[in-house]
Design a protein around this ligand. Structure first.
Ligand SMILES: [Zn+2]
Length: 261
């Protein structure tokens, strides 16, 4: 955890990069104000990026230093104030293990306003799903690599993975590989066509479904002709239990030149 020792409440310089009028702590400040005035900016080393929580402390009226705010860190903003870090995160409240363990309790200060505490409270489980508890970062060292490579191997080789990723990421197409043997017509390829403002789904047998961003839907089938057999609108039921709905039914018939496969 990061531990930040706050000064008494003071006026900020008029050119404060965070637009604050004050910084520091005075008794009876609500947590939102303590956060607003003190979540940045600080000289924060790289360790800060792996910490999950920040505690802010200040002396109370008896002079004893106590934790006045606990924050779950979402990210360290290092852009707003060049060379400095601004802590962005959620203010914790009663019931959160970190809040309950620290807020309102005495804590030892330090000449350096930024300290790090090794705490058994507020540990997370490794994001790979192995269940190991960690106090720093999101993964047990090495587990991020393992989790990544497990996913690569589900696609194939590293080259297969790169091809697949580039296709998906560029919106050219994604083959849904998790085939369900109970589907008689196979799974569609889903493709985003940004230039036409539509998502396209294409089934192995040539059936195509286009979902336009403006709400239009186009259904097509390669090597086929079409007959629309039903177009219906249903209004909502008077009792409010049935919702309004509409549907179109069409049948595609293979053309002479079409292949039957
Ligand atoms: Zn793990």
């Amino acid at each position: 955890m990061i531990h930040i020792t706050l000064s008494d409440r003071r006026e900020s310089p008029s050119d404060d990069p965070l637009g604050r009028t004050h910084y520091g702590y005075s008794p009876n400040m609500p947590p939102s104000e303590i956060y607003r005035d003190n979540h940045g900016y600080y000289v924060l080393g790289t360790r800060a990026d792996r910490e999950n929580y920040a505690l802010f402390s200040a002396p109370d009226h008896s002079g004893e230093r106590k934790v006045v705010l606990a924050v779950e860190i979402e990210r360290i903003d290092r852009k707003t104030v060049p060379g400095r870090g601004v802590i962005e995160g959620d203010i914790l409240s009663e019931g959160h293990p970190v809040f309950d363990a620290y807020v309102g309790k005495p804590i030892t200060g330090n000449r350096n306003p930024i300290n790090y505490i090794d705490s058994v409270v507020g540990r997370r489980t490794c994001a790979c799903g192995c269940g190991t508890e960690i106090s720093l970062g999101q993964f047990v060292p090495g587990h991020d690599q393992r989790a990544l490579h497990e996913r690569v191997s589900q696609i194939g080789t590293v080259l297969d993975f790169l091809d697949w990723f580039d296709k998906v990421h560029s919106g050219v197409g994604e083959t849904v590989t998790n085939t369900d043997s109970s589907l008689r017509h196979g799974r569609p390829q889903a493709i985003r066509r940004e230039t036409y403002n539509l998502d396209k789904y294409e089934w192995p047998n040539g059936l195509e479904l286009f979902l336009y961003d403006d709400g239009r839907i186009k259904v097509g089938h390669k090597d086929s002709s079409i007959a629309v057999t039903e177009v219906s609108n249903y209004t909502a039921g008077k009792t409010g239990t049935s919702r309004a709905s509409a549907h179109v039914i069409a049948r595609f018939t293979p053309t002479e030149s079409g292949s039957a496969s």
